[in-house]
Design a protein around this ligand. Structure first.
Ligand code: FMN
Length: 192
């Protein structure tokens, strides 16, 4: 699969079927994340692959309302980072930026491995830390829900069903990029 195909195939799917998570899958995902660039090669992204049934169930207690679809996960990847482990250049903090690139790599490799991998912000960091014994000094940047794309949408709300079949629209090109200089058309966010 080439990069363009993986970019097109990656979706934040919510209808999951179970999938066997082998040690090799974990290694492949971790290696893909590790190849991301980071400021001074600081590699701030730390990953906890949660696949044990009991640990998964504990971690699922951290999910917010609206993310019940994730109860069908075969694995949750808790992504941690610490501000001090990466570049701080005056008021520019790079730990979340570098962690995001690593997650982007991981998501694309997951596509190539035939997995659905969906990052979320809708969870309690406190409950996640408690479930996985994560020290307080780390931030839980995202939880990545991993399964195999399925067809059972019974756990999905109407808008989630709509998004399952149709990728949410992107901003028009003029609101995403400009050439040679800033354009005030960039100064918008998607309508809610
Ligand atoms: C940081 C982040 C937080 C997100 N949080 C949630 C979430 O809590 N629940 C959810 O169902 N989807 C969540 N998503 C998925 C986005 O809604 C989804 O990526 C977006 O609508 C674009 O759809 P696509 O990824 O299928 O192209 C999140 C994605 C990101 C990157």
């Amino acid at each position: 699969m080439d990069v363009k195909d993986a970019l097109n195939a990656r979706r934040a799917y919510r209808a999951f079927d179970p999938v066997e998570i082998s040690d090799n899958i974990i290694k492949e995902l971790a290696d893909a994340a590790s190849l991301a660039p980071s400021c001074f090669n600081n590699q701030p992204a730390k990953l906890i692959f949660v696949k044990n049934k009991e640990q998964l169930e504990k971690t699922m207690t951290a999910l917010n309302k609206g993310n019940e679809w994730a109860y069908k996960d075969s694995m949750i990847i808790a992504v941690l980072a610490k501000k001090d482990f990466d570049c701080v250049i005056k008021d520019r903090l790079y730990y979340l930026f570098d962690t995001g690139i690593a997650v982007g790599n991981l998501l694309l490799r997951a596509v190539e491995l035939g997995l659905a991998a969906h990052p979320i912000a809708g969870y309690s960091p406190e409950k996640t830390k408690e479930a996985l014994s994560i020290p307080d000094e780390f931030e839980v940047v995202t939880l990545i829900n991993v399964g195999k794309k399925g067809n059972d949408m019974s756990a999905l709300s109407d808008w989630q069903k709509e998004q399952e079949n149709n990728r949410p629209a992107r901003l028009p090109a003029e609101n995403r990029y400009s050439i040679d200089r800033y354009d005030e058309k960039l100064n918008v966010r998607p309508a809610r």
